[in-house]
Ligand binder design. Structure first.
Ligand SMILES: *[C@@H]1O[C@H](CO)[C@@H](O)[C@H](O)[C@H]1NC(C)=O
Ligand SMILES: *[C@@H]1O[C@H](CO)[C@@H](O)[C@H](O)[C@H]1NC(C)=O
Ligand SMILES: *[C@@H]1O[C@H](CO)[C@@H](O)[C@H](O)[C@H]1NC(C)=O
Ligand SMILES: *[C@@H]1O[C@H](CO)[C@@H](O)[C@H](O)[C@H]1NC(C)=O
Ligand SMILES: *[C@@H]1O[C@H](CO)[C@@H](O)[C@H](O)[C@H]1NC(C)=O
Ligand SMILES: *[C@@H]1O[C@H](CO)[C@@H](O)[C@H](O)[C@H]1NC(C)=O
Length: 482
């Protein structure tokens, strides 16, 4: 505007040139202002970082003892909505309400903490942590920030099923059930950890051919390395035969082993057992984890923990990938307590023995620091086996009531979250397996429910009568299903 006004009376050509000069000046000015602003912001941030506050902006500080050392704190009544009163403090013109009141009233969180030697109070809206996206979403990459998740250690995970290799949830039903959302989260967290963690340490202990271990074979028991006629491609495997009591078991004592993830191919004849003995390095206490041919999930008797690998696994090869620390902790919940003195740490445990009882064979016995991709595929395979072929959904097998005023969802409802997580996992399995079509097909089928309204058993709702909105817990579904 200024440019044109000043240009009145000049020729059109001059006017244009003048305008351009002013514009260039304006651009220059803009650039300089930008630089100055950037410098100021940098300085402000730097100044803030200097006191260890990082990117937290500051609210003007008011301290009675700062400006006026004689300013007094006085007690003052604070009337809440003219309904009741609480005791507050007044300092100058500022009024302070007790945090215990604010906490209840607004349902917020806060705690006194010591950071870098100085005391401070941390206040948050919720327990949830804010995670900012790290970049554009990649369906082959880390899933959100799941590399930080440790699904199996959650209290609401009863244990990892030794039949399926996936977690069992107790969130809404205490006896435990398969929850597709949690299973997908388990798989996605392991996939993400595979992309972010350092390479695992892996030691093959016995494979019947290249790595031969020093088994102790009691009199009357036998152990051979032979070709297995039912699985010729496996090469030589270790076959064992013992009596019924534990003093006849073949044993493999171990010493070095702090790597707590066991991988093994096993073929167990009826009444046979694979057992791992763990020791707490501080208390010297011994624990035994057994994998046996039963259909139950987990059984505990003192320091003995039993995981069922399924009657169906009798006499057939089965691959097991077990995090022994998790298997132990789920069996001895007292050691998973929030009490720091009793909580067991991973580094406290070592494997001291592997034993075999009964008749059977093993192969590829390995101990490692992690086996993320094996856990990931256990979750992917579970999703393949448990997808409903007609709907493409993973039904949630528990009743669910959100609260009063909501209907109750009958068993077998669908969740957009389960569907979405499962699809995210299957997309990665398709990529990682270099194109196994089963995963792609399951992922595509999993999309079907996103097109079906909740009141017809799908997960699609409408927000403001207009926008598609996918429901984690579809309330309308209760009306048709309950
Ligand atoms: C990730 O998985 C690959 C196999 O896909 C494996 O070779 C590698 O060791 C794994 N790394 C980690 C950190 O788990
Ligand atoms: C042991 O591992 C090898 C190599 O991965 C595999 O070919 C073989 O089938 C495995 N053994 C069994 C019994 O599954
Ligand atoms: C081991 O080999 C011996 C001699 O060939 C045989 O008698 C025995 O049954 C075998 N044991 C196992 C567990 O295969
Ligand atoms: C397994 O053990 C049960 C109970 O001790 C017994 O009844 C059964 O006969 C045993 N089976 C075999 C094949 O040894
Ligand atoms: C065992 O296998 C049979 C037949 O394949 C199947 O019907 C049954 O559900 C299986 N049992 C378990 C516990 O997986
Ligand atoms: C293993 O097989 C042998 C010979 O067939 C038998 O004597 C023994 O009782 C079996 N052990 C168990 C625990 O079933």
């Amino acid at each position: 505007m200024t440019a044109l006004k000043n240009g009145v009376g000049a020729s059109a050509d001059q006017k244009t040139r003048f305008f351009l000069v002013i514009m260039r000046l304006n651009l220059k000015f803009l650039l300089i202002s930008l630089c100055v602003t950037a410098a100021l912001i940098t300085f402000a941030l730097w100044a803030n970082c200097g006191v260890g506050q990082g990117l937290v902006p500051k609210w003007p500080q008011h301290r009675g003892d700062g400006d006026n050392p004689f300013e007094q704190t006085e007690e003052i009544d604070c009337i809440i909505n003219q309904e009741y009163s609480i005791g507050c403090r007044k300092e100058g013109e500022e009024v302070y309400l007790p945090f215990s009141f604010l906490q209840k009233y607004f349902d917020v969180y806060g705690s006194l903490n010591v950071v870098d030697g100085s005391r401070r109070f941390d206040w948050t809206h919720s327990y949830g942590k804010v995670n900012y996206p790290k970049g554009a979403y990649d369906p082959r990459g880390i899933f959100m920030y799941f590399e930080n998740y440790n699904v199996e250690m959650r209290d609401r995970v009863k244990c990892i099923s030794a039949i399926d290799g996936v977690p069992i949830s107790t969130q809404w039903e205490s006896q435990g059930y398969f929850y597709a959302t949690q299973i997908a989260q388990f798989g996605l967290s392991h996939y993400s950890k595979n992309l972010t963690e350092p390479e695992p340490r892996r030691k093959t202990v016995e494979d019947g051919e290249r790595e031969l271990a020093g088994w102790i074979v009691p009199k009357g028991s036998t152990l051979n390395r032979t070709l297995d006629r039912s699985h010729l491609s496996a090469g030589a495997v270790v076959s064992f035969s013992t009596g019924k009591s534990f003093d006849t078991a073949v044993l493999l004592p171990m010493d070095h082993v702090l790597d707590l993830v066991l991988s093994v191919d096993v073929l167990l004849k009826p009444n046979s057992t694979l057992c791992v003995t763990l020791q707490n390095r501080e208390t010297q206490k011994l624990y035994r984890v057994y994998y046996i041919l039963v259909d139950f999930l987990i059984g505990v008797q003192d320091e003995n923990i039993y995981y069922g690998i399924g009657l169906n696994s009798t006499g057939v090869w089965k691959h097991l990938t077990r995090d022994l620390f998790v298997d132990l902790q789920k069996g001895l919940p007292q050691y998973a307590s929030t009490d720091k003195r009793r909580k067991m740490r991973r580094t406290e445990l070592k494997v001291i023995e592997i034993s075999l009882l009964g008749n059977g064979s093993i192969d590829n016995l390995t101990l490692s620091t992690s086996e993320h991709i094996a856990h990931f595929y256990d979750a992917a395979e579970w999703l393949i086996r448990h997808q409903d072929p007609s709907t493409g959904g993973w039904p949630i097998p528990v009743r669910r009531k959100l609260g009063s005023g909501f209907g109750e969802l009958a068993r077998g409802w669908y969740s957009a979250m389960a569907q979405g997580h499962a699809i995210s996992l299957l997309a990665r399995a398709y990529y990682h397996s270099k194109g196994d079509k089963r995963y792609l097909r399951a992922a595509l089928d999993g999309l079907k429910l996103f097109r079906i309204p909740s009141y017809q058993g799908g997960v699609l709702a409408t927000f403001l009568g207009k926008y598609a909105w996918y429901e984690e817990v579809p309330d309308d579904a209760a009306l048709v299903r309950a």
